[in-house]
Design a protein. Structure first.
Length: 324
């Protein structure tokens, strides 16, 4: 069975590598164009392209700006694919391309569909406080993530699991499930199960503004936000260091019970040692690991230890600051 693989980031690259190790006949790879990276602005291969180039011989690679552009149709048709496999490609594939392979086009989606359709299902599931998610293999249709389901597998979410942790667990479960589904396609065209549209929820892309800490929110909600955007783009707030406002990433937190007080108050302001403890809308949040703009990752205790405490303040809400 001839497969064309569509994918771009590291998540997709690991899946592609797994399929190749298990002798899946990938005849071509479609990935987004290489992008500049770092201060030098040097273009680097996408992770999927890097895996394709590492094969012996290298796989055929296509990197169109717009995959559904007319000039790509004949190129992709020339691959004579039986099946398209799409994993985090990064662009909506138009219907005229979905119709090319006679066995169809399938997608590995990192949620238990119909929940969390869209670009950020892993992050959103953590932010929303879910204790379980999973991977769904679906037939691709014109409507985003709405195709019939072929197979699903569940994955639990631990109370302190981060986006990075869960992404790895879902990738490992997903690649095994995808290989199982590909074996089904070798025997024919498996039947799919329609999604219940009334149960659908959506997971839009995470923007930087979505990651700002609002201390009036409950501690559990803030803890979930920190977990859900770690390692990127990262939860953040503003602080003043020696009179200069800087952005502070909050990378790891712990919920701590406390007597209800005004949200945003630095409860450990008078302590010489220990991590910072910030009052939230109901409890307190201990800042375990943070990263000040331009600095390395450290504990919040290390952050305050290296600065005159009376000259460091957190911008805790729109109308107040907690003085350290």
């Amino acid at each position: 069975m001839r497969v064309v693989f569509f994918g771009t980031p590291s998540f997709a690259a690991h899946v592609l590598e797994y399929l190749l190790e298990h002798k899946v006949n990938v005849v071509a790879v479609v990935s987004k164009p290489d992008r500049p990276k770092g201060r030098s602005g040097t273009c680097v291969p996408t992770p999927v392209k890097a895996v394709a180039l590492a094969q012996n011989p290298p796989l055929q690679i296509y990197q169109p700006d717009i995959v559904s552009a007319p000039e790509m149709t004949q190129i992709i048709k020339s691959c004579h694919a039986d099946l398209f496999v799409v994993v985090a490609y990064g662009e909506i594939i138009k219907e005229h391309l979905l119709d090319i392979p006679f066995k169809g086009c399938i997608n590995l989606h990192a949620s238990l569909l119909p929940k969390y359709r869209g670009a950020a299902p892993i992050q959103r599931s953590i932010i929303q406080g879910e204790i379980e998610t999973g991977v769904t293999i679906i037939y691709m249709v014109k409507k985003m993530d709405a195709g019939d389901m072929i197979e699903r597998v569940k994955v639990s979410i631990g109370p302190d699991s981060t986006f990075g942790d869960l992404e790895e667990a879902l990738r490992e479960a997903g690649q095994r499930l995808l290989l199982k589904v590909l074996h089904l396609f070798e025997q024919g065209i498996p039947e799919g199960m329609p999604q219940q549209g009334s149960e659908a929820s959506f997971a839009p892309k995470i923007e930087l503004k979505d990651c700002e800490i609002r201390w009036e929110r409950p501690a559990q909600e803030l803890h979930n936000l920190v977990r859900g955007v770690n390692p990127y783009p990262g939860a953040w707030c503003y602080i003043k260091v020696l009179g200069q406002r800087k952005r502070l990433k909050i990378l790891q937190t712990r919920i701590t019970p406390c007597q209800k007080t005004e949200p945003g108050i630095v409860l450990s302001a008078n302590e010489i040692k220990g991590n910072l403890l910030i009052a939230t809308g109901d409890q307190a949040l201990e800042l375990l690991d943070v990263q000040l703009e331009g600095k390395k990752r450290m504990s919040s205790e290390e952050l305050t230890r290296g600065l005159p405490r009376k000259q460091l303040s957190f911008t805790l809400a729109s109308d107040q600051e907690g003085i350290l």
